[in-house]
Each structure stands twice: as C-alpha cells, then as structure tokens.
Design a binder for this molecule. Structure first.
Ligand SMILES: Nc1nc2c(ncn2[C@@H]2O[C@H](COP(=O)(O)OP(=O)(O)OP(=O)(O)O)[C@@H](O)[C@H]2O)c(=O)[nH]1
Ligand SMILES: [Mg+2]
Length: 299
C-alpha cells in the first residue's frame, strides 16, 4: 500500500463524517454547516478552530455564491489547506548542517520517526549522526542503534543513566569533528507536567544553543495523533522548555482523526512538518497541506 493511501485510510474516520454530512444535506444550508462543524469538532480540531473554519466556509459560499455541494466541498478543502500551509517554510540550505532536536511524551513515536528520518537523509547522500540522549528508558540506546544500523548512519550513545545533556555535548563534538551534515537528537519521553524532566529538557536545549551555532536548528515535537486535543497542551508546555519549530504527527495510519493538525496550526501557529503512517522505515511523509486537507474532507 502506498504511504499516501495509508494516510487517506487513516483519516477515513473523519472523511466518512464529512461525506455523511454532504450525503444527508438537503442543500447548502445551516444544517449542512452545523453538521460539518460537528464533524470537525469530533475530528479533534476543537470548537474554536471548527467554528473558524465553518465561518470562513459560510463567507466563501456567500461571496462566491456557491450553490452546489461539490463546490462547497472544494471550498472546504481549500480553506483547510490554506490553514495548514506553512508559508514560512524554507528548504534546508546547502552546506549548512542540520540539527534536529526531537521531543515529546512517552511513546509518541520519537525514536521511530528519527529512524525513518535518518534513513531518508542517508539515502539522500547526507552524512547523518544520531545522538542517543534518552539515557533513561531501558534499552532506548539499543533501539536507536538498531535504527542507525538500518539507515547506515553513525550514532553517539552512552551508558544508561548518563546525563543526557552531557551526551548531547559529546554528540555535538563528534558531529563537528566528523563534519556531520545532519544531527538528530533522541530524547527520553516525558510528560509535560513533570517539572524536573522539563528542566532537564531546558538544559539539553541550552547545550544545543550554545554548542551548535553553525547548525540550522529545528526542534520537533512528536505528537501521537490518536491523543487528540491533549496535543495542544503538550505543545504549549514543551514550547516553554525548548522553542518548537515544527510538529511530527504520528500514528495517522491508526484510529487518528487528524484534526489536531488544524488545532496546533491555528491555535499555536506551529507547522506540521512530517506525518507518520506506520512502523516501517518508509512510513513517513513530508507533510503536504493539500494532501492532508483532501484526506480529511475525503476527495
Ligand atoms: N502505527 C504506527 N505506529 C507507530 C508510528 N510511529 C511510531 N509507532 C509505534 O509506536 C511505538 C512507540 O514508538 P517509539 O518510537 O518507541 O516512541 P518514543 O516516543 O520514542 O517512545 P519513548 O522513547 O518510550 O518515549 C512503537 O511501537 C512504534 O512502532 C506510526 O506512525 N504509526
Ligand atoms: Mg524513544
């Protein structure tokens, strides 16, 4: 199955809801708008964002005088795609090494995403170095080592229980010495309300800021798409410890509803950068706003 198909299948819970609203519609009327708004709320977009989208849709229908359901559906895709579009996105610059710090709660899919990214960047001919700064969970280093082997890239790992900020320091020294072109740092899963663990993340982030001035830095927050609106809270709290530049939405192949992408984008201004659609190396998509909007609406 293609990864695009996996994404569309994963979002089918929501697209079926949208399809149902259109199928039951007796015309382009309040009932239809209310049904669509309800569907977006059920899809984890949140009440405010759902109201915002449907408000835009109502205006569009009025100003463009849309009468057909297909036109309304296309307008809905357009509005959602625009909301999700990251207009500030820039391609990585040639010659400037990338440094990606990966954070998130326990089990969100951080290590798996790093493995997939490492494989992709290595296949693109980049010299990749992974840094195993999850020294907390048993066997976390081994898990990342397996991914590094699979990708065919380097890894810096230390013994379990080592200070993660020190591992990051060593990792960055190795990255500079070996002239790595992409460095990806794995961190331990932590709940956003665990004060001491958030301070530890701050410390890791300080080391990154201090030791990697020549790198183009990104901090990705990995969100399990099936945890819905809680993702908003996670993004807010993690952002206090390390400024987040982008979101990775994982497990979109499962029972996710997808609306959390709209919520983080609209409420927090955070772009979704990648979408995880499975456990295998190839199951990662560069996030595409239009594909995602079409997946949600079901076109
Ligand atoms: N279906 C599906 N499973 C995924 C995806 N991404 C990760 N997983 C699975 O989710 C589980 C947790 O993944 P990890 O990558 O270990 O998550 P983590 O955030 O590193 O976990 P901790 O380090 O323990 O906090 C594993 O069983 C992965 O195979 C995805 O996009 N889709
Ligand atoms: Mg992990």
């Amino acid at each position: 199955m293609s990864i695009f198909k996996k994404l569309k299948d994963g979002l089918s819970k929501t697209s079926r809801g949208v399809a149902g609203a259109f199928a039951a519609a007796t015309g382009v009327n309040d009932e239809l708008f209310d049904e669509l708004e309800e569907t977006l709320i059920l899809a984890d977009a949140g009440t405010e964002v759902a109201a915002e989208i449907i408000g835009s849709l109502r205006r569009e229908v009025k100003t463009e005088n849309l009468r057909g359901l297909d036109e309304v559906r296309a307008a809905l895709v357009e509005i959602i795609a625009q909301m999700l579009t990251d207009s500030d996105a820039r391609d990585a610059e040639d010659g400037i090494p990338r440094l990606i710090l990966v954070t998130g709660v326990n089990g969100a899919g951080k290590t798996t995403t790093i493995g997939k990214l490492a494989a992709r960047l290595t296949a693109d001919g980049k010299k990749v170095l992974l840094v195993a700064a999850d020294t907390f969970r048993a066997a976390a280093g081994e898990q990342l080592t397996v991914w590094a082997k699979r990708a065919g890239c380097d890894i810096v790992a230390r013994a379990e229980g080592a200070d993660p900020a020190a591992v990051v320091f060593d990792g960055l020294a190795a990255a500079k010495a070996r002239r790595a072109e992409a460095v990806i740092i794995d961190t331990a899963g932590r709940l956003q309300n665990k004060e001491n663990l958030m301070r530890e993340l701050e410390k890791i982030n300080r080391v990154v800021e201090r030791e990697a001035p020549g790198f183009s830095r990104e901090t990705l927050l990995v969100l399990d798409a099936t945890t819905g609106q809680n993702g908003l809270l996670q993004a807010q709290e993690f952002g206090k410890a390390a400024a987040i530049t982008g979101i990775v939405l994982t497990k979109l192949d499962g029972t996710a509803k997808g609306g959390i992408a709209l919520a983080v984008r609209s409420r927090l201004g955070l772009p979704v950068k990648y979408a995880g659609v499975g456990e295998k190396t190839d199951d990662l998509l560069e996030f595409d706003a239009r594909d995602f909007a079409e997946g949600l609406v079901g076109i």
